[in-house]
Design a protein around this ligand. Sequence first.
Ligand SMILES: Cc1cc2nc3c(=O)[nH]c(=O)nc-3n(C[C@H](O)[C@H](O)[C@H](O)COP(=O)(O)O)c2cc1C
Length: 199
Amino acid sequence: MSSSLPAPIPFGQPCPIRPSAETLTLLAERRSASAVTLHAPAPNADQIADLLRIASRAPDHGKLNPWRFIVMRGEGKAAYVRALEAIAAAQGQNPAALAKLSTPPLAIAVVSRVITGKIPEWEQVLSAASVCTLMLVAAQAMGFGANWITDWYAYEPEARAALGLDPDERVAGFVYLGTPSEAPLERIRPDVEALTSYV
Ligand SMILES: Cc1cc2nc3c(=O)[nH]c(=O)nc-3n(C[C@H](O)[C@H](O)[C@H](O)COP(=O)(O)O)c2cc1C
């Protein structure tokens, strides 16, 4: 394996906190790419490992790792799409809805799995959401497009089984990855001041 990231910081060693103007620019301009515009090349095996390493640095109250990943590409992903197509057909669902999954060359499911104990479920689910967000940011920093989607197959029981989820697991998101064929256009952004109070 060949990573383009710095070597992992050994446990207990200081983690540097330093300004990064490039990171701020990326965050200020980050935008999801439409899933149906995502084509090859997608992150390769080394880049996927880097993405997962970055995503798994999400804040995690209790250090429980209340999430896991399912990486889907190639024939494995195609087989999952075929299983969903069969479920969709049997249920009279619109097969076109699967284009967001079938088009991108790579999908990473972030699966939320709540660990019973003293850390509230809410906080463990929030950690899984943070994992998805970090993956979006890291993908864009690598020069790829990414989109966080749930869609019906995150919830439908047969589709959940096709993904191999345990009954107490939930899809936090499917992160679709690839190279966008067109740049995403800016969307409406919130009036942050209207959403903010100061005390
Ligand atoms: C939890 C979650 C689930 C989402 N599921 C879908 C979905 O099923 N279909 C969809 O079109 N967009 C979905 N989205 C929205 C896309 O990620 C959307 O493209 C994105 O929020 C666009 O905003 P951005 O460019 O600021 O990232 C979801 C977002 C989140 C946070």
